[in-house]
Design a protein around this ligand. Sequence first.
Ligand code: ADP
Ligand code: ZN
Length: 367
Amino acid sequence: MALTSESIDSHQRTGQPWNDMLPEALESMSSPREEVRGMGSILSKVSQVFILTDENVAPFWLPEVEYGLKCEKAVEIVIKPGEQHKNLQTVQRIWKILMKHHADRNSLLVNLGGGVITDLGGFAASTYKRGIKFINVPTTLLAMVDAAIGGKTGIDFGGAKNQIGTFAEAEDVLVDPVFLSTLPRREILSGLAEMLKYGFVADADLLKSNLKDYQQYISRAGEIKREIVAKDPMENGLRKILNFGHTLGHAIESHCLTIDYPLLHGEAVALGMAGALWLSVKRCGLDEKVLKDFEKKLLVLLSETEIAFADADVESVMGYLAHDKKNQGDKPQFVLLEAIGNPVWNVEVEPDLVKASLLYIIKVSRR
Ligand code: ADP
Ligand code: ZN
């Protein structure tokens, strides 16, 4: 994608959606210790503490968190980073370590990391001895606003994402934006895309730049997710709105893996949201201005990646759409918007229109 730094800068100057939200803005933030100490009350009630993290997060934050928790005797479990390790083999390794240290039902697992760690750790904890307590300490923006909250845990299996899992609530989720100070800019932008999703389905304020800081954005996004999950924990209806942008997004994400051009989850969701907004204009009477505004944001969201997705890929993406595990039969189900904050779900869209939305995504992401 030919995107010049001028185009990003000028957009940031004029629309300034996220000037305050990129890693530079976090450099002056304080250490997480005060925040983390807040967990002391839980820790005093447990028999043993285990901390699960990955090799990227450990050097930055493991000592800080151990110090903050005053649990120098915690057993550290450090795994290799990346989605490819969110599997049964890693879970077995965690179970074995828990067993070796005689973890009992009163032990606690602290999941310190991104969505891979919170999904995996939550799954290992919720199944070991029929379930031990766990706390999530998310260190990516994506995990802070999505994966770490809402009580879903899981691992990948048989080549597909999140096929095996449990519904299990963390004892606590400790969100501290300071962890984002070491997160690469591309990962921050990926998390921002997921955060905008909440803006589209529930709160226009999240699409503006009038909130003061990360803490406010993250808290609001988390609040929205919690409210929706509380109303529909098992995803029978309303919770589906959290899949806004994900029907097309997942299909694009899967396709890009096969052409060896992996996109981050939030990048694929950003593309998926562009398609969903385009379909919403065509099918649900959404004001076209919403789409035009997002087109500018999309270029910022994709500014750290190259999109290798072209017209010739449309058929392959259509194939992934037909196999989406959330389909009824082979018909993809979309979440679309009548207006910002007014989503409709279980919308079936005719294949020709879906293809047209993919061509729109390709065009708009390559400008
Ligand atoms: P998510 O699903 O939340 O995007 P991952 O667990 O796959 O998360 O994390 C994305 C990448 O960022 C991984 O390589 C992980 O090791 C790394 N990472 C997570 N948190 C931080 C952090 N605070 N600082 C630096 N790297 C991090
Ligand atoms: Zn998502």
